[in-house]
Structures are given as structure tokens and as C-alpha cells.
Design a protein around this ligand. Structure first.
Ligand SMILES: [Zn+2]
Length: 183
């Protein structure tokens, strides 16, 4: 089941690389079907709010296929974890994908150490994830893996969340090539 979902995302990304528009189904018929029968997304995707990182396009997905949580730097706090819990427990999602991306401004801001205001809440979390790493691509990967571990820990601390058969994956999206590298 989970492998089939993973294959669906890998295949969707391959189609995206050669597409000039998102081939996902956003038709009126699909809209009416999901409105009447509810949503049954196959995967939860946590990713950056960066306008170049659009999960539905990246995976050639249409309406009702992905449960997407977007926040700058793909960091996690209780609101995001609550959203993940909801989708896992009530929508039946069996795959959680933490998706970082190259050229992430939040990661760069964390590495520079010059963030101010509310942005600090994001960069402090990324700094905790990356430690002394100063290479942006390596830091991005560490941030993704930190996110995966944070979710894993949340499931350990909350056994009431149905985590059986739930797969957690990390990946990095290349904003230039469009390819997803699975970690
Ligand atoms: Zn970003």
C-alpha cells in the first residue's frame, strides 16, 4: 500500500519533469466528486511556503490527492503536528513526506544568523536542526531529517495516533531541475 503511494509520487515527479502544466485532475467533475464524497488524500506533504515549491505540481497531483502543510523552512510546531495527526488518524494517510528544497531562504537565514522578529522562531528551529553545518544543501538535508525525527518522536509520545503501517520519508526538491531526491 505505502509502496504504491511512494511509486505514485515518484511517477508523478517524473511526469512533472516533462510537463509544461500540472497534469493532475482539477476538473469540475473531480471537484464535485470530492465535495460530495469527501477527501481521501494518499499522502501528507510538509514543505516550505516558497512559491516555487508547489507539491501538487511537483507530483502531478489533482484535487484531493495530497494533504499539504506549508510553512517557511518546513519547520514543525504543535499546529503542524496536529495537522499531521488529523490527516493520519482521520483521513487514512499512510505516507508522510517531509520535503525540503534547494535554495531555501529560511535555511539561508538560519545559516547567516541575522534573522529578526517572528522569523527567528523559524530560523532558531532550523539552527537546532543543522548545528554547525554551513553548507546550504547539507543543512537543508539535516533540516529534513530533523523534521522526520520530530514526527517520529511525536508518534512515540502519542500512541493514540494510529501509526501502524505509516511510512515517514524525507526528500529534497531541486528548484532548478524539478527533480525530487529521496533521502
Ligand atoms: Zn524554503
Amino acid at each position: 500500500m505505502t509502496n504504491a503511494i511512494l511509486d505514485r509520487l515518484i511517477e508523478g515527479n517524473a511526469r512533472y519533469l516533462n510537463a509544461s502544466f500540472n497534469p493532475g485532475d482539477c476538473s469540475g467533475a473531480r471537484r464535485r466528486e470530492t465535495a460530495e464524497n469527501g477527501q481521501h488524500p494518499c499522502a501528507i506533504v510538509i514543505c516550505c511556503a516558497d512559491s516555487r515549491v508547489v507539491p501538487e505540481s511537483i507530483f502531478s497531483a489533482g484535487l484531493g490527492e495530497l494533504f499539504v502543510i506549508r510553512v517557511a523552512g518546513n519547520v514543525l510546531d504543535d499546529h503542524q503536528l496536529g495537522s499531521i495527526e488529523y490527516a493520519a488518524a482521520h483521513l487514512g494517510c499512510r505516507l508522510i513526506l517531509m520535503l525540503g528544497h534547494t535554495g531555501c531562504g529560511a535555511v539561508s537565514a538560519a545559516l547567516s544568523g541575522h534573522a529578526e522578529g517572528y522569523i527567528r522562531y523559524i530560523t532558531d528551529e532550523i539552527q537546532r536542526a543543522v548545528g554547525d553545518e554551513r553548507d546550504p544543501d547539507a543543512a537543508c538535508r539535516l533540516n529534513v531529517l530533523h523534521g522526520v525525527e520530530t514526527i517520529r518522536q511525536a508518534f512515540r509520545e502519542h500512541p493514540e495516533i494510529p501509526s501502524e503501517g505509516l511510512e515517514l520519508r524525507g526528500a529534497v526538491y531541486d528548484i532548478r531541475s524539478g527533480a525530487v531526491e529521496w533521502l
